[in-house]
Design a protein around this ligand. Structure first.
Ligand SMILES: Cc1cc2nc3c(=O)[nH]c(=O)nc-3n(C[C@H](O)[C@H](O)[C@H](O)COP(=O)(O)OP(=O)(O)OC[C@H]3O[C@@H](n4cnc5c(N)ncnc54)[C@H](O)[C@@H]3O)c2cc1C
Ligand SMILES: NC(=O)C1=CN([C@@H]2O[C@H](COP(=O)(O)OP(=O)(O)OC[C@H]3O[C@@H](n4cnc5c(N)ncnc54)[C@H](OP(=O)(O)O)[C@@H]3O)[C@@H](O)[C@H]2O)C=CC1
Length: 501
């Protein structure tokens, strides 16, 4: 009977997910097959579009991101049809998917781009927030306007951005490591940035790109549906620019770092009262000694260093888990250690005619020695584009080489108002002890680190306006023997661009 309600539609190329990976994939397929209908199925009422794309160098790229109603995508690409409905079931043996609206769609080739969700330190606690999409960011902002003190757990991208942006609220930042920003920096770079964190924030920020949210005209009920299902697309560059991240107090910046610890236990107010333990006040420069806090807080966090703090709420900025659960049901996908769908060097999963791209997938090919997967906006775009190219080649029976963007890891972003460029094995990941570091640092201005192995450049961290990215990108790509140049490589008096011209 249910089947009678289902309208069977035929689709050749079907893409699931309206984030940057899915949209890029659908766009590229639409260009390759202009006379075919490409189906984009997405649970969120808005899609993410890349605009103002700029190739900064061979591999480094910059772009703006716009959140747009799906009709805008359909008008730009008349052969893309967006279906605003969550995917309910994947029947890989039958080459068919079922959406929540009850319809079935038969695919010839399918690309799964359903992203990831925050990996929270504990599920179901109303005082533990994760940040992923526009709705969760707005919820965070709403809670922050009423907060005097919050706790941030995690030491990656989101935590780094938040501790710098939040004003008028005490922030206790608990990290597992000795130094801040372990996913992006070593201790040296962390020290360079920490000095910026403890000094005043500058009045004028450097101009930069921002995410625009053009949600006007979007159906209200559709947005609240996405919110209830927690399936919005991930935020991206400068996501916090549109949000006023201010607590209840008048001071600008108050961050206390608790290094080398994790969360031991979280207590709600009543549980804490029964515990009959003392919590601590916010440590300040003037008062580093341990003092009992007399305030009552909605939630308390006990750390593994035995310190106990009360706060208004906790942000769990502790990484992401790929959204694979639904697809694994009844389908025997190979899954990576991080929970992503394993893909080969053609973005193909272990199941016939199913591809995956972006945060949902785990790169399971033998990577170039200077590339690694990170769940980033840029990689989501590159993977979505390349997956479409591979799907096209498979349909036409053509061979296709791995895209050049996977030759070298390259990421440009901004932390603490500094431009940050990461290239190759920027933290000597996987290089063992057989490598050397060269450093150049001018406090408050720039930090340059290169990772060398056997005289070859393997990676670099460039913080500030160093203008070195293009040259270093080339040096890493061409693996030239740089031993004759020694320390001169970072000599600020030598114009390195001319040197290697
Ligand atoms: C706060 C924050 C800041 C970030 N900042 C940066 C940054 O500065 N630079 C950077 O490079 N990266 C950044 N990232 C990471 C970046 O946003 C992600 O890596 C990237 O957006 C992933 O894109 P995606 O298309 O794979 O997934 P997503 O953007 O998560 O999109 C997944 C899509 O799938 C849909 N979907 C999910 N389940 C279903 C289903 N069952 N049926 C149908 N559709 C479904 C969703 O609605 C969504 O449209 C940030 C992430 C966050 C959370
Ligand atoms: N500017 C940029 O490029 C930005 C990128 N992003 C991206 O968005 C995604 C989400 O960001 P985010 O959540 O910060 O994820 P990240 O993966 O960047 O960082 C997660 C952090 O949480 C730590 N962690 C993991 N589990 C625990 C735990 N149980 N207790 C304490 N710490 C823990 C990790 O440590 P360990 O590594 O030791 O496990 C790591 O420091 C990431 O893919 C990130 O790359 C986000 C913001 C900005």
């Amino acid at each position: 009977k249910e089947a009678a309600h289902q309208r069977q539609t035929m689709g050749k190329f079907v893409v699931v997910g309206g984030g940057i990976a899915g949209v890029t994939c659908a766009e590229e397929l639409a260009v390759s097959f202009p006379s075919e209908e490409i189906l984009l199925i997405t649970a969120s009422p808005v899609i993410k579009a890349v605009t103002n794309f700029k190739q900064v160098s061979k591999i480094l790229e910059e772009f703006d991101v716009e959140e747009q109603p799906s009709t805008m995508l359909e008008s730009r690409f008349p052969n893309i049809k967006v279906i605003e409905s969550g995917l309910k079931q994947l029947k890989s043996k039958e080459h068919c998917i079922v959406t929540e609206d009850g319809n079935q769609h038969v695919y010839e080739k399918l690309c799964l781009c359903a992203g990831a969700k925050p990996k929270l330190i504990c599920e179901g606690n109303p005082y533990v927030l994760g940040i992923r999409d526009t709705d969760s960011a707005q919820e965070f902002q709403k809670q922050l306007t009423k907060a005097k003190r919050i706790m941030i757990i995690g030491n990656g991208g989101i935590a780094l951005e938040l501790v710098y942006e939040i004003e008028g609220c005490e922030v206790i930042w608990a990290i597992k490591d000795k130094a801040i920003g372990n996913t992006f920096f070593d201790a040296g770079a962390a020290e360079f940035l920490t000095s910026k964190l403890v000094s005043e924030k500058p009045e004028a920020k450097i101009p930069h790109k921002r995410t625009k949210y053009t949600t006007e005209g979007m159906k209200k009920e559709a947005r609240s549906k996405a919110k209830a299902d927690n399936v919005g697309s991930a935020l991206g560059p400068d996501w916090h620019e549109g949000l006023d991240l201010k607590g209840t107090e008048e001071f600008s910046h108050k961050v206390h770092i608790e290094p080398m610890c994790e969360v031991k236990k979280i207590y709600l107010q009543e549980e804490f009262r029964l515990l009959k333990k003392n919590s601590l006040t916010f440590p300040t420069n003037h008062n580093k000694s341990v003092t009992t806090d007399n305030e009552t807080w909605p939630v308390y966090v006990e750390l593994t260093n035995e310190k106990l703090y009360g706060c208004d709420f906790i942000v769990s900025a502790t990484g992401v888990t790929p959204n694979t659960e639904l697809f694994l049901h009844g389908n025997n996908f190979d899954v990576g250690e991080d929970g992503g769908l394993k893909v080969d060097d053609h973005m193909h999963t272990s199941l016939p005619d199913i591809y995956a791209a972006g945060d949902i997938c785990t790169a399971a090919w033998q990577p170039s020695p200077v590339w690694q997967q990170m769940r980033l906006w840029t990689q989501a775009r590159q993977m979505g584009w390349y997956a479409a190219k591979c799907m096209t080649a498979a349909r036409l029976g053509n061979c296709i080489d791995m895209d050049f963007s996977f030759e070298l890891f390259a990421h440009v972003t901004k932390f603490f108002n500094f431009k940050v460029v990461l290239l190759g094995k920027y933290n000597a990941q996987g290089l063992g002890s057989d490598h050397e570091l060269m450093l150049r640092c001018t406090k408050g201005q720039e930090y340059v680190k290169v990772v060398m192995q056997n005289g070859r450049m393997m990676g670099a961290v460039l913080i500030g306006e160093t203008d070195l990215e293009e040259t270093f990108e080339n040096l890493i790509l061409n693996q030239m023997d740089l031993s004759p140049y020694g320390e001169e490589l970072l000599d600020p008096n030598i114009d390195i661009e001319d040197y290697f011209d």
